[in-house]
Design a binder for this molecule. Structure first.
Ligand code: ADP
Ligand code: MG
Length: 238
């Protein structure tokens, strides 16, 4: 587990300023949701935390350590993407353990962590199947399993449920909340879906055009939105 701290973080792509001075503290064990309209910079900010995008200025700390010179694989983070490319020729078991195998972990450790993750995600009975024999929700669980076995301090999710149908999304929301409770890990979760934000977050960060409009608990944002943008986005009665 680890705190994530951003101070005056900016990100430019050439002349385009995408993140415009973000100050944020995500505390150990929080379920922090970045919410905001398409193109407002949610994914860019998440990728910056993951180390997949270099920040243009400002400071980023994870677990109290400056991340400037720390690569993505050394940050103690694991990211789950919207398009979760699983290896089609590999079993569920091998898909979940693949990252650990690549980083040279022992067979015993891989088997143990894979089994623990499979139990958490209720994949036990599906371990010998190939991705093509799974439903969308089951495939997404495998993608989450790949992150869990790495035992990250911080989980980063980029719209992980947006490819699922409505009923499955509702079910997976509950499962992710439970997973957060079980693992007690810090989670940062990007979505453009306000219902996801309201139901899963302990802290919501509302973004608009690369800036934070407001940070608060779901109830705080609902009852005391700072402005009409937040009110409109969260659906509060202001
Ligand atoms: P969101 O995830 O909120 O939809 P993004 O972070 O993906 O938004 O994108 C924010 C803005 O940054 C958009 O205008 C997008 O076109 C731009 N952008 C994202 N990645 C790049 C890139 N690699 N090069 C240039 N522009 C980019
Ligand atoms: Mg995005």
């Amino acid at each position: 587990m680890a705190d994530v701290r951003l101070k005056g973080v900016t990100k430019n792509f050439g002349a385009l300023s995408v993140i415009k001075g973000v100050d944020l503290e995500v505390k150990d064990g929080e379920f922090c949701v970045f919410v905001g309209p398409s193109g407002c910079g949610k994914s860019t900010l998440l990728r910056a935390i993951a180390g997949l995008e270099e920040i243009s200025s400002g400071a980023l700390e994870i677990g109290g350590k400056d991340m400037t010179k720390i690569g993505p694989s050394e940050r103690g983070v694991a990211m789950v993407f919207q398009s979760y490319a699983l290896y089609p020729h590999m079993s569920v078991r091998d898909n979940i353990g693949f990252g650990l195998k690549m980083t040279g972990h022992s067979k015993e450790l891989i088997a143990e962590r894979t089994n623990v993750a499979a139990k958490l995600l209720q994949l036990d009975a599906l371990m010998d199947r190939k991705p093509g024999q799974l439903s969308g929700g089951q495939r997404q669980r495998v993608a989450i399993g790949r992150a869990i076995v790495r035992k990250p301090d911080v989980f980063l999710f980029d719209e992980p449920l947006s490819n699922l149908d409505a009923a499955l999304r509702v079910q997976m929301r509950t499962e992710l909340s439970k997973l957060h409770q079980d693992l007690q890990a810090t989670m940062i979760y990007v979505t453009h879906d306000q219902v996801e934000a309201m139901t899963m977050a302990t802290k919501i960060v509302v973004l608009s055009a690369g800036k934070i409009e407001q940070v608060g608990s779901p109830l705080e944002l609902y009852h005391r939105p700072n402005n009409l943008f937040v009110a409109g986005f969260i659906g509060s009665p202001k």
